[in-house]
Design a protein around this ligand. Structure first.
Ligand code: NAD
Length: 480
């Protein structure tokens, strides 16, 4: 059994009251780890440690090259411990090992390396002056960052948050999701071994509402909150942060539309759409969960898509051949099942899929819903997609945008002008054309509407994790 203490001020420590909670492996449905169950008191301890490390410690003063070197050592350590880190996420939340070990761990190392280099190489701005002044911008660290992460990409999203925060000289209190405590604990250990000074990266475990998570968001010692999770939680966090006027970056839910035009390469469209629907067992904010297909190719697409869905390999997520694992928790299975139970009542039909054994839901394709159906409007966050026909480009764009979310959308077409026209008309933080999931860490990432506030990535992360400062200096005209 893995034990996950908090990591505060460079030391492993249990909660002040000694309480713990289990992490259950979704495949065996047995506890496989035990984590400290934090309270507001533990949040206080962690913020105090991060505050000391920021105010008096070396980290903010080290300079970009030295901080970058330490962060690259952390990335090396992540790569060296890839098996352990991949297994941690797979046992914590059921992600197939080919995705955790094969994708998330390398992406985590890449997050750390990218932001270490980006901060070191970033240029400031000097503003030309006609009035005899020299003006330039400094990007100074903001202070103590609270990073609150979800369970669906534990290590990957934790590194996505801490990498820019640390690279720009902040100190961090990371709270992983309660379903996935293990990778964050391993990460904190690796960070200390790589040379991060004590108190620079603290990890506290536990729950959100009325617990350690909420305490972090209300804490007057926190200077930035970066959160990824549900839209409802984002609202609660924005309200809590408002009391202290703390800037928030909120990466929230999604209900991504996927538009397949009749002129698309249908083989490509089917294979990308399968990936967009069922990667991580559909537990992806960016999932292409609403598929709209132009009527001329609807039947053809449906037949191929359903056949490809049925061919997906379900099984033990620790088996490298497994493509679809169990859902992450019993509570999440109950949520997704409630949507399967309501298919007929909302006017739809099941084409393939449905409930599986244990915590498995088979990859599920639904069709026939009106635009008002809950299945078309709400984030199901499981291996469940809807298929809907459309006639015109205008109708496709209107259907895609008919959602309170605005995280991402994708479209398949071989028509160049249509690709740009539709890409511009979609209300989404990211639009993929003839592909999916392609990320460049320089690009803005985030969403509109219920999908969040703000963007991270490249200079967008710099703006959030620093206090940009204007320095204006008069240059005297007269020679001494
Ligand atoms: P969640 O909102 O339930 O929990 C996320 C984190 O917030 C957890 O660590 C939780 O303990 C904490 N939390 C919950 N209530 C809190 C509160 N009141 N104060 C402080 N912390 C609190 O989300 P989840 O179920 O872990 O993750 C799934 C959701 O995340 C989905 O909606 C998904 O779309 C979204 N998501 C978005 C992105 C993105 O980049 N936009 C990426 C991944 C996941």
């Amino acid at each position: 059994m893995e034990l996950c203490p908090h990591v505060i001020d460079g030391a492993e420590t249990m909660s002040v009251d000694g309480a713990t909670f289990p992490s259950v492996d979704p495949y065996t449905r047995q506890p496989w780890a035990e984590a400290a169950r934090g309270t507001a008191h533990d949040a206080d301890r962690a913020v105090a440690a991060a505050r000391r490390a920021f105010d008096d410690g070396p980290w903010p003063r080290l300079g970009f090259a030295e901080r970058g070197a330490i962060l690259h050592r952390l990335a090396d350590a992540i790569e060296a411990h890839a098996d352990e880190l991949g297994a941690a996420d797979t046992h914590d939340m059921g992600k197939p090992i080919s995705q955790s070990r094969g994708n998330d761990v390398p992406r985590s190392a890449a997050n750390i390396r990218f932001f270490a280099d980006h901060a070191r190489l970033a240029a400031g701005e000097a503003l030309p002056s006609d009035t005899g002044h020299h003006m330039y911008t400094r990007f100074e660290p903001a202070g103590v960052v609270a990073a609150i992460a979800p369970w669906n990409f534990p290590l990957m999203l934790e590194t996505w948050k801490i990498a820019p925060a640390l690279a720009w000289g902040n100190t961090v209190v990371l709270k992983p999701a309660e379903d996935t405590p293990v990778a964050a604990t391993l990460l904190a250990r690796l960070a200390l071994a790589a040379g991060l000074p004590p108190g620079v990266l603290n990890v506290v475990h536990g729950f959100g509402p009325a617990s350690v998570g909420e305490a972090l968001t209300r804490h007057p010692g926190v200077d930035r909150i970066t959160f990824t999770g549900e839209s409802g939680t984002g609202r609660a966090i924005a309200a809590a942060a408002a009391a202290n006027l703390v800037p928030v970056s909120l990466e929230l839910g999604g209900k991504g539309a996927n538009l397949v035009f009749a002129d698309a390469d249908l083989d490509e469209a089917v294979s990308w759409s399968i990936k967009a629907a069922f990667t991580n067992t559909g537990q992806v904010c960016l999932a292409g969960s609403r598929i709209y297909v132009q009527r001329a190719v609807f039947t053809d697409f449906q037949e191929r898509f359903v056949a490809a869905t049925r061919a997906m390999v379900l099984g033990d997520p620790a088996d490298p051949a497994t493509q679809v694992g169990p859902l992450a928790s019993a509570a999440h299975v109950a949520k997704v099942t409630s949507y399967l139970d309501a298919v007929a009542a909302e006017g739809g039909q099941l084409l393939t899929g449905g409930a599986g054994d244990g915590w498995f839901i088979r990859p599920t394709v639904l069709a026939g819903f009106p635009a008002s159906a809950r299945h078309q409007r709400e984030e199901i966050f499981g291996p469940v997609v809807t298929l809907t026909p459309f006639d015109t480009e205008r109708e496709a764009v209107a259907l895609a945008n008919d959602t309170p979310y605005g995280l991402n959308a994708m479209l398949f077409t071989e028509n160049l002008s249509r690709a740009h026209r539709v890409g511009a008309a979609l209300r989404a933080g990211t639009v993929w054309v003839n592909c999916f999931f392609v990320r460049d860490l320089r690009a803005p990432f985030g969403g509109a509407g219920d999908s969040g506030i703000g963007r991270e990535g490249g200079t967008f992360s710099r703006e959030f994790f620093t206090e940009p400062k204007a320095v204006i200096m008069r240059v005297a005209d007269d020679q001494p």
